[in-house]
Write a new protein. Structure first.
Length: 95
């Protein structure tokens, strides 16, 4: 049982002592709007893709999610690779 009384499988959870990093972003205008991170490193105009009735001439939220997921997954792969003695330097993750 975890502290909240929920059943958990032994060895399947890793308690997070403190967050290492918190990303923050603000979006206005929904799928046809604007999004920016608090540090200004990401500052994009959002447009729905053609497949969803948009013009397709801008970044869409699905692309942002896919890039973040792929980068995080590849980083996790690299950690596991280092622990197992496997070089993942040339690995590629598509999302």
């Amino acid at each position: 049982m975890d502290p909240a009384g929920r059943a958990v499988a032994a060895g399947m959870t890793t308690p997070l002592v403190k967050p290492l990093y918190t990303a923050r972003a603000t979006a206005t205008g929904g799928r046809s709007g604007h999004a920016v991170t608090d540090d200004g490193q990401v500052d994009v105009h959002l447009k729905p893709p053609k497949e969803m009735g948009g013009s397709g001439d801008g970044t869409n939220p699905e692309q942002l999610f896919a890039t973040g997921y792929a980068a995080c997954f590849q980083s996790a792969l690299a950690v596991v690779g280092r622990r197992q003695g496997v070089n993942t330097e040339d690995s590629l993750v598509e999302a």
